[in-house]
Design a protein around this ligand. Sequence first.
Ligand SMILES: Cc1cc2nc3c(=O)[nH]c(=O)nc-3n(C[C@H](O)[C@H](O)[C@H](O)COP(=O)(O)O)c2cc1C
Length: 196
Amino acid sequence: MKSLISQDALDQLFYQAHSFNQFTDQPVSDEQIVQLYELLKWGPTSMNTQPARYLFIQSTEAKERLLPAMLASNVEKTRHAPLTVIVASDSEFYEHLPTQFKAYDAAPMFRENKELAKATAFRNGSLQGAYLMIAARALGLDCGAMSGFDPEKVNATFFPEGRWKVNFIVNLGYGVDGGHHPRGERLAFDQVARVL
Ligand SMILES: Cc1cc2nc3c(=O)[nH]c(=O)nc-3n(C[C@H](O)[C@H](O)[C@H](O)COP(=O)(O)O)c2cc1C
């Protein structure tokens, strides 16, 4: 029997979770990186396609290669974040379907329809990026997502083979107290939802 998770857990995941621009120096360990994936991987994707790929930028050398692709306002926060994740999508994700989706051979459906493959990679890769952020918060980490960067530069620098393509980028670590913008409003239920 499942139960509602605690108010503390809801606060950590949602009510008190902010997008951070400043992080402490406390590193994110290799064990935490694996733990992060071991949690987020259980989030659902259509036909279990799991198109997202994750490039964890930890070293100063790799960070220096990323910074020229970032929008000016995202450079310093990315430089100082202990860990930055490039959330990418595998444009040929369907090659893993024989082991990941055993109901029938679904790979040809995507292999022969590039538009369907692209839409599926984007939809599910974005979902998995969101699972990554929620999983990070569940592990006590803070994050700050970014779409302000030059995707062509990121792809040319990190994915020159062309199969993986960046979707968005997330800084991870332990947020500095107040190292985020004031909470923005959220649209009210009536503005965004209809119940039929
Ligand atoms: C996919 C995505 C891309 C974002 N891109 C940027 C960005 O490039 N630069 C930035 O400062 N914030 C970026 N943000 C942060 C949002 O502005 C922030 O999440 C939003 O204003 C809500 O703030 P809150 O999470 O602190 O409540 C991005 C967030 C998401 C989810």
